[in-house]
Design a protein around this ligand. Structure first.
Ligand code: ATP
Length: 255
């Protein structure tokens, strides 16, 4: 479903990514891990079109999308969330999700502002769908509350619901449980599993090793802009280079 070939990018003298390649199958959960500064966010930005890489290609379901802008990639089914929460605090929970659906609606934002009748009908349908997405992430009961008043764990799930409203084929999650407590992490974990079971391909960057190792089908370890290893969580745990460069340090710190 997603194929990344030889992506590279430099910022001045810093080579942030150097020949990174990977493929992710439909419905797979693929995690990118690595120490601070390894290039995870930069890789996300290149794949989603926010950064223009110095070299390399990105394919979505076989089509070369390397030259497409982020919104064009989103229209083709590649949606991402951001590390820092990006919700509209002064809108309700359900309105936030409805905003996600707009990219597929006729008329766009101008028609909405003019309040055209066909758009109003669309609004009812969009709201129904948005409620279904909220239900899928377990927060439908909060639909008409203000988004800005919600707990961190709810907002993280709201972001996923809004991303689902764009009908993604590939969902890219940047640190989906950052700042969450154990209960909230378990809730987000369950949502991601459910989304993948529906056939959505999930790529995530996450620092919570316990969560990643339990959730991901495969793990891709980056170090200093290069691929250090790719494998199942079990393979990654046993990989000597990974232990030396990264996991050993993390697990020692955890202990
Ligand atoms: N816009 C930018 N301009 C200059 N340098 C950048 C830019 N974005 C990233 N870098 C550099 O590229 C390298 C990779 O950074 P990146 O943020 O992708 O790492 P990361 O693995 O996501 O780290 P973290 O886990 O801390 O989020 C770092 O050396 C960083 O300083």
């Amino acid at each position: 479903m997603l194929k990344v070939e030889q992506l590279g990018i430099r910022f001045g003298g810093v080579v942030a990514l150097d020949g990174v390649s990977f493929s992710v199958a439909e419905g797979e959960i693929y995690a990118l891990i690595g120490p601070n500064g390894a290039g995870k966010t930069t890789l996300f930005n290149c794949v989603s079109g926010l950064y223009v890489p110095t070299g390399g290609s990105v394919f979505l379901d076989g089509a070369d999308i390397s030259s497409l802008k982020p919104f064009e990639r989103a229209r083709r089914g590649m949606t991402r969330t951001f590390q820092n929460l990006q919700i509209f605090e002064h809108m309700t929970v359900v309105e936030n999700v409805m905003a996600g659906a707009r990219i597929h609606e006729k008329g766009g934002i101008l028609a909405h502002m003019l309040g055209l009748r066909s758009v109003k009908a669309q609004n009812a349908a969009t709201r129904r769908q948005a409620l279904a997405h909220l239900d899928q992430v377990g927060i439908a009961d909060l639909a008409d509350q203000m988004a800005g008043a919600q707990s961190y764990g709810v907002v993280k799930r709201l972001e996923i619901a809004r991303a689902l409203a764009t009908q993604p084929r590939v969902l890219m999650l940047d640190e989906p449980v950052a700042g969450c407590n154990a209960t909230e992490t378990a809730e987000v974990d369950a949502v991601i599993r459910d989304v993948a079971r529906m056939g959505v391909t999930v790529v995530l960057v996450e620092h919570d090793m316990h969560m990643v190792m339990g959730l991901a089908d495969r793990v891709h370890v980056l170090n200093q802009g290069r691929t250090l290893a790719v494998g199942t969580p079990e393979e990654i745990r046993r990989n000597a280079a990974v232990i030396e460069a990264y996991l050993g340090v993390t697990e020692a710190a955890d202990a």
